[in-house]
Design a protein around this ligand. Structure first.
Ligand code: PLP
Length: 350
């Protein structure tokens, strides 16, 4: 089986938040496959690379002295951010307040950490601040904003969310897992330099074009990460703050390679190309009479009927749906104009 199996081609994939890794990232992943940054005393080179990855991520997110690490993905980073907030707070009944469109990893975080998840409704695809404020109380340990939502690619009002968090003496966590490598080239206020953000998720293995697994957890202050540290008697290092133990040096090295190659000019070009593609697709769909959610980042949602997306799937297209049943096209780096032209041509065929 394995000898005949080929990895999925990306040439009709419009649904994924992952993409073709940059060639330098692929190469670095292969070279560092057999390293374990979970044991930095033994695997020193990859530990140094991880520090470099965190420095790059700090540059991307407006943080001059960043603390953090390369996680297995956005899920781990979100779980860990909630864990920091819970451990730091002084309550027996902690809750996290997040927008209704927060990624499902917060449901997992709440479950494994024994924290209540309260979700605030959205208005025009961004969190309703008044409703969010209503949900916050003395037991709130973390207030979450999403910078580039998974379903619509919209950005919550991060400075307002940070203000709500700090009024309640809670942490503000920003989830920029997907949007983080597009947002530096927009005029959104979303990062550590724009607001009193405490922790952030930003994934090199999505728009960052690193190989999977490479997520990112960042903290404004090293002391926040101390909330995660456990002692590690049998390793050469004395404590560990990651959720996973043994983890992939491939992800760490490929994250550095991708950011070295692309930050900032390459990512800027990518943003401009992908955003132009999203705007083009939105126009094409509108011209065909569909209701389109105006794209804020390179992600297009439109009210095509559900049977139609099934037909498209039969023709090899991989498109996904929002919870509300709209067709969702994620304009990742591998999604180019000619792909979108043939996609639209297939739409016209029906
Ligand atoms: C993809 C995504 C996640 C989860 O990241 P994984 O790398 O799949 O674990 C979290 N938040 C947002 C906004 C995402 O788009």
């Amino acid at each position: 089986m394995l000898q005949r199996a080929e990895p999925q081609e990306f040439d009709r994939v419009l649904s994924s938040m992952c993409t073709v890794p940059h060639p330098a990232a692929r190469d670095a992943a292969e070279r560092f496959l057999a390293t374990n940054p979970g044991d930095p005393g033994t695997y020193e080179t990859v530990a140094e690379l991880e520090a470099e990855a965190v420095d790059y991520l700090g540059e991307v997110t407006g943080l001059s002295d960043p603390a953090g690490y390369v996680a297995s993905g956005g899920t781990e980073a979100n779980v860990q951010a909630v864990r920091i907030a819970r451990n730091r707070a002084d309550t027996d009944d902690p809750n996290v307040v997040a927008p209704v469109h927060a990624h499902f990893s917060f449901t997992k975080a709440a479950d494994v950490l024994g924290v209540e998840l309260r979700t605030a409704p959205a208005e025009d695809y961004r969190v309703n601040l008044a409703a969010m404020a209503e949900l916050i109380d003395d037991d709130t340990v973390c207030v979450v904003g999403v910078a580039g939502s998974t379903e619509y690619g919209y950005v919550d009002p991060i400075p307002d969310i940070a203000a709500l968090a700090h009024e309640a003496d809670a942490l503000c966590h920003v989830d920029a897992a997907w949007g983080g490598f597009y947002l530096p080239f927009t005029d959104h206020d979303w990062h550590f330099g724009h607001a009193e953000v405490d922790t952030m998720t930003i994934d090199p293995h999505k728009v960052g074009q690193a190989a999977v697994p490479a997520g990112g957890l960042l903290a404004r202050d090293e002391t926040l990460l101390d909330e995660l540290a456990v002692e590690t008697p049998y390793l050469e290092s004395t404590s560990q703050l990651t959720l996973t133990g043994t983890r992939s040096g491939a992800g760490v090295a490929s994250a550095v390679a991708a950011m070295e190659a692309l930050w900032p000019a390459g990512y800027r070009e990518q943003y401009e190309r992908s955003m132009a593609n999203a705007d083009w697709l939105a126009d094409q769909l509108r011209a065909r009479g569909h209701d389109v959610v105006d794209p804020e980042l390179p992600l297009v949602a439109a009210d095509l009927s559900v049977p139609m997306t099934d037909e498209l799937r039969d023709r090899g297209w991989r498109v996904s749906k929002t919870g509300a049943g709209e067709m969702r096209v994620v304009c990742m780096p591998h999604v180019n104009r000619s792909m979108l032209r043939s996609f639209v041509a297939d739409l016209d065929w029906y």
